[in-house]
Design a protein around this ligand. Structure first.
Ligand code: TMP
Length: 239
């Protein structure tokens, strides 16, 4: 990495900044402490969140790599910086659910915490102005966001990620309730797992007490938000 230098700011999202590097195929993620919810209607900051999410994401990407699931992760550069492969993000956020809660419970009137017979995979159109609406495969294909083959691949990889992370978390006393993944296309068109995997993008419940250990503590004003992120970092061995 020593020869790489941080270049211009390419994009600033709600939780991260993305910088160019001297290598056109690599970018730097800078993890911020900023937190938003409900499509940025609620704004705040979680102390040290950027540092913890950088560590937790790296821990998960390394674990997935050991299980033959590739991602954009290349290297951790500093407390808040991660070097990743540059990809073109597919605007279909992939959500995997093991237990019913959140928007699913609300949308379909199902009881919170309902167990389901197998994981559910959903796609959401990544568009802040629209509030990331739930879409079907047909919407993505007809509007050109992804091909059916790509959607099949997103589903396959998302379930493979679940098959690794769910038992890994359970061994550490945590239920992986649901999570959101983003995938991108590399310059040669390969689908690659991207973005971040952390308490901002996953729901984690303590297996014994069902205490929420994720961003829902911020979304629902439950308090002890920072403690929850520390707890996850500690339990996954990212601290
Ligand atoms: P939902 O139940 O609110 O649809 O959330 C499903 C999962 O997606 C949950 O693990 C939290 C994550 N998520 C994000 O990463 N970003 C978002 O903007 C939202 C709404 C949810």
């Amino acid at each position: 990495m020593s020869e790489l230098t941080r270049g211009e700011l390419l994009n600033e999202g709600k939780a991260k900044k993305i910088y160019a590097t001297s290598d056109a195929d690599k970018v730097i993620f800078y993890f911020k402490d900023d937190a938003t919810a409900f499509n940025a209607q609620k704004k705040g900051s979680i102390n040290s969140k950027g540092i913890l999410n950088n560590r937790i994401s790296a821990r998960f990407f390394k674990l997935l790599k050991e299980k033959d699931i590739s991602s954009h992760y290349l290297e951790t550069l500093s407390d808040r910086e991660m070097l990743v492969r540059k990809v073109e993000i597919i605007p279909c956020e992939t959500v995997v659910r093991n237990i019913v809660t959140g928007s699913l419970a609300k949308r379909l009137g199902r009881p919170d915490g309902e167990e389901i017979s197998r994981p559910l995979v959903e796609f959401y159109y990544k568009d802040d102005a629209l509030g990331d609406p739930l879409i079907t495969d047909d919407h993505a294909v007809v509007f050109g966001w992804a091909t059916q083959e790509e959607l099949d691949e997103l589903r396959r990889q998302a379930l493979a990620v679940n098959d690794v992370l769910r038992p890994f978390m359970l061994e550490r006393g945590i239920i992986l309730v649901d999570f959101k993944l983003e995938f991108g296309r590399t310059s040669d068109g390969t689908i690659l797992l991207a973005d971040e995997i952390c308490p901002d993008t996953c729901r984690f419940w303590d297996a014994k007490t069902r205490k929420k250990l994720d961003k829902d503590r911020f979304r629902q004003d439950l308090g002890e938000v920072e403690d929850a992120y520390h707890e996850i970092a500690e339990r996954v061995g990212a601290e």
